[in-house]
Design a protein around this ligand. Structure first.
Ligand SMILES: [Ca+2]
Ligand SMILES: [Ca+2]
Ligand SMILES: [Ca+2]
Ligand SMILES: [Ca+2]
Length: 485
């Protein structure tokens, strides 16, 4: 439960709005994105998710498919303003998660700076239903070419395929911003929130590995982490669902376990660990029972159902925003909340200046109501030098339309956005679930048009005139269930 006095203090977050607005205007114009930091070629000079290398990010939208139908992923390649819409198809569930990976190792590997990653958690592997798979693709200038399909226990991936594990329900790897040139080969993290661990049902696990630059590479340096792993605080608990949410930034990995028991109560927790092995710090547990984190651990909070790490090169402390969509506010069930817990990158420790947000916070839009599920999705965009966070509230009812959904933007300006807002295309309907998935300037509306789905795109920095992209099919394929960058 959250009290009014745990609402955040808005005064500490007033920043240089004019400079930020100028910088973002330049980004939209392509002037900053196109300017490498130094004569460092060949390297990964472009932002992640710029598959075609035109210095503009290419949005990715997953449509995992109605029951029994194939899943698809659409990539909107910017192609120097001659947009090229590319579609990939797989089995049902393909596109439940989407991400990217950099495998740059040596000069000449530039084509592997931004590879497309697609999760397909419903796939049968070794006869085990919903064991799950992930696919990795490289852009060859014309189309995405599959580099590999990765499943537990095959091609260097550790573990064993298990029915219902849902490997690939989430994927994450560190991304570069447009002004970073770090070319390092990255580790791909894959969540399996339905994995049974030590006979504990659906405790969840996360597998990580690297991919080299060879054709059809095997996974290298594979690892599995769960609450049964050495050095991880706590123990597996039933339906803990470790890996239900993932975020990686600046050497830190945050993993949500929204059903994990904390003090014997299934309130949810997050693991904070270092990207490279156990250095420089051992895994830490974070929850509403951690000192300094707003709220307290209660059954059904679903702390960690969504998780977002931000930060950029040179930061010693990076923001971590965790969704608590099952949080009750006073007697209002599942209204939801989110907490911002900045993390030290050298220790993984939270710094004691956490803030809590919910719809009853001053300056935030709307009112806390039962089932809002504030905090179901979270993303961030960098505006100038400042982070803006966008929080999904897919259970918001608007003008009598149940679960029409909205998002809350928190930054230099705080405002709500929905299909009632000026400039946002479309109207409010029952079950739209606007904001059920979020990434950068992309807002998923997977229930739009009776579940065929849509996305609203506000540009790479989230500040362009919004446009709506509708699902290519009128079937209930839930286009916009997963989005990137
Ligand atoms: Ca591009
Ligand atoms: Ca709570
Ligand atoms: Ca509300
Ligand atoms: Ca609508």
């Amino acid at each position: 439960m959250i009290n009014a006095n745990q609402n955040r203090d808005k005064s500490s977050t007033r920043h240089r709005l004019a400079a930020a607005a100028l910088a973002s205007t330049l980004v939209i114009a392509g002037l900053i994105i196109g300017a490498p930091r130094a004569a460092a070629e060949p390297e990964c000079l472009r932002a992640s998710y710029d598959f075609d290398g035109d210095y503009r990010t290419d949005p990715v939208i997953g449509a995992p498919g109605a029951s029994g139908r194939s899943g698809t992923v659409q990539v909107r390649i910017t192609n120097e303003d001659r947009e090229k819409v590319v579609r990939l198809q797989g089995p049902n569930g393909f596109g439940s998660s989407v991400g990217q990976l950099s495998s740059y190792v040596n000069e000449g590997d530039d084509r592997l700076c931004s590879q497309l990653v697609v999760g397909s958690p419903q796939e049968t592997v070794d006869g085990k239903a919903a064991a799950g798979a992930v696919y990795v693709y490289a852009w060859d200038g014309d189309e995405f070419v599959q580099r590999g399909r990765y499943t537990q226990g095959h091609d260097g991936v550790p573990g064993t395929a298990q029915a219902g594990a849902r490997f690939g329900a989430t994927v994450a790897s560190a991304t570069r911003l447009h002004d970073e040139v770090d070319p390092r080969s990255r580790r791909l993290y894959v969540g399996a929130p339905g994995q049974d661990v030590s006979s504990v049902a659906d405790a969840g696990s996360v597998t990580s590995f690297r991919l080299g630059t060879a054709d059809r590479p095997a996974a290298e340096d594979g690892k599995i982490i769960s609450y049964a792993s050495a050095g991880v605080p706590g123990a597996p608990t039933p339906h803990g669902a470790l890996g239900a949410a993932l975020s990686v930034s600046h050497g830190v990995v945050a993993i949500g376990a929204p059903g994990q028991a904390v003090g014997g109560v299934a309130a949810g927790a997050a693991l904070i660990m270092a990207e490279d092995d156990a250095a420089p710090f051992a895994p830490r547990q974070l929850s509403q029972s951690t000192s300094g984190v707003p709220g307290s651990s209660e059954r059904g909070d679903r702390f960690g159902a969504a998780i977002e790490l931000a930060g950029q090169e040179g930061d010693a402390v990076i923001p971590l925003v965790v969704g608590v969509p099952g949080e009750d506010l006073s007697s209002v069930a599942d209204a939801g909340s989110a907490v911002n817990v900045p993390i030290r990158i050298d220790s993984g420790a939270p710094v004691p200046v956490s803030t809590g947000w919910n719809q009853d916070s001053s300056d935030l839009a709307g009112t806390a109501e039962a089932g809002d599920a504030f905090g179901s999705a979270i993303t961030s965009v960098l505006i100038g030098d400042n982070w803006e966070f966008i929080i999904g509230i897919p259970g918001e009812d608007i003008n009598g339309h149940r679960d029409a959904g909205m998002v809350q933007v928190i930054g230099d300006d705080d405002f709500g956005l929905s299909q009632s807002s000026s400039g946002i295309p479309g109207g409010n309907e029952n079950g739209d679930r606007f904001g059920a998935a979020l990434a950068g300037g992309v807002i998923g509306v997977p229930g739009e048009n009776a579940g065929s789905g849509a996305v609203i795109y506000r540009g790479p920095a989230g500040d362009s005139d919004p446009v709506r992209w509708l699902a290519p099919s009128t079937n209930a394929d839930r286009y916009g269930s997963a989005v990137a960058p």
